[in-house]
Design a protein around this ligand. Structure first.
Ligand SMILES: [Mg+2]
Length: 365
């Protein structure tokens, strides 16, 4: 079969960051990701990326490389047209290695759609061809938040996302400083599990008292604290998103059943692609809004997420900004970015992103 997968190669993808990506639970100064190359029998190559973020999922680059070596036997020799069946097997064999599984799904669908002459966003549904991303201010001081807000506005990016979840008194001042610096910017707050429901509600009350509007509050409380998340959703007076609380379709169902959030942040690295489609379907059926986000990903993985969100359409919040934190761009192609606008309409086939340098000769698994 021309679509038989004949080779799988992978290599560490270390990309230094312009500033450490600091969140409530830890920081990353270098994105320690993994690049995957998959080849079909007709010679078509597809590319995928794993972005393990130890502070969020506990996955590491070494663990991801080991998982890919283990999963090779379930991929090589298979027909790429069976992508759902292959993804289901990978999930069953390596449920904890979401980033590794995701990289394989990305590379497989890139190869398959390239061969078919189909842009990945069309494969996912073709609903839209553009998105508008926010940009993140990482955890840090009040002065850092204000300066970062001005820098984001100067780039022409409208929506600002602020990492909070540290000392609530300092966080209130950081949010106020961002609002003062760029008063018209819609503000997304991301607690990354750093608060409990009481402190999250206190923070929102303090911001309300200062007349600072909040567009969205992501994951104020711990991952498994759905009661706390539901309390903030009911009483907070702002839209609340589940992020760390939702890694698969079962998690999404529990959020729906408990009415624990208004929005779910889908990240391919948490779930893989096939599972992300299931999460999106559940949210849509339940009337929850969708957000697309990511870990600390290069242009490669972020473009795949953009194709998925644009293809499905209707994602209300878009957080695909981590390539802007990278000192080095080891890829070419992909979206065309102007300010926060990400245009995909020119991509002819696949996700459109290719490595600038070939994988090292010893990259075979
Ligand atoms: Mg988040």
């Amino acid at each position: 079969m021309p679509t038989t997968i004949v080779e799988l190669r992978c290599a560490p993808l270390d990309v230094p960051l312009i500033e450490p990506f600091a969140i409530a639970t830890g920081a990353q100064a270098v994105a320690q990701n993994v690049l995957v190359e998959l080849q079909l029998a007709d010679g078509t190559c597809g590319y995928g990326e794993a972005a393990p973020f130890p502070a969020v999922t506990g996955e590491t680059q070494a663990g991801t490389l080991a998982a890919l070596a283990q999963l090779r036997a379930y991929v090589v020799g298979r027909d790429a047209q069976q992508w759902r069946a292959i993804a289901a097997e990978l999930s069953a064999v390596a449920p904890e290695a979401a980033a590794a599984r995701c990289a394989l799904e990305m590379a497989l669908l890139d190869a398959l759609t390239k061969r078919s002459g189909l842009p990945l966003r069309v494969f996912f549904g073709g609903a839209e061809s553009e998105l508008e991303t926010d940009m993140t201010i990482t955890a840090g001081s009040v002065a850092h938040a204000a300066a970062s807000a001005r820098a984001i506005a100067a780039r022409g990016i409208r929506t600002i996302k602020l990492k909070i979840g540290g000392d609530p008194l300092i966080d209130v001042e950081r949010v106020a400083a961002v609002h003062a610096a760029v008063p018209d910017a819609p503000l997304i707050l991301d607690g990354n599990c750093g608060y409990d429901a009481d402190s999250a509600l206190d923070l929102l009350a303090a911001l309300r008292a200062r007349n600072i509007p909040i567009a969205l509050f992501e994951q104020p409380v711990a991952r498994h604290d759905l009661d706390g998340l539901a309390r903030v959703t009911r009483a907070g007076g702002v839209l609340v998103a589940a992020d760390e609380s939702v890694s698969d379709a079962g998690d999404a169902l529990r959020v729906v059943e408990r009415r624990a959030a208004h929005v779910v942040n889908i990240k391919l690295m948490k779930s893989g692609i096939v599972e992300a489609l299931a999460i999106a379907a559940i949210c849509r059926a339940a009337g929850l809004e969708l957000m697309i986000g990511g870990m600390v990903e290069t242009l490669l993985a972020m473009n795949v997420s953009a194709h998925l969100a644009a293809g499905l359409g209707g994602f209300r919040f878009v957080d695909l900004d981590t390539p802007l934190f990278m000192a080095d761009q080891p890829f070419s192609g992909g979206w065309r970015q102007q300010g926060g606008r990400l245009a995909l309409g020119h991509v002819q086939a696949g996700h459109g992103v290719t490595p600038r340098a070939p994988l090292p000769a010893d990259a075979a698994l």
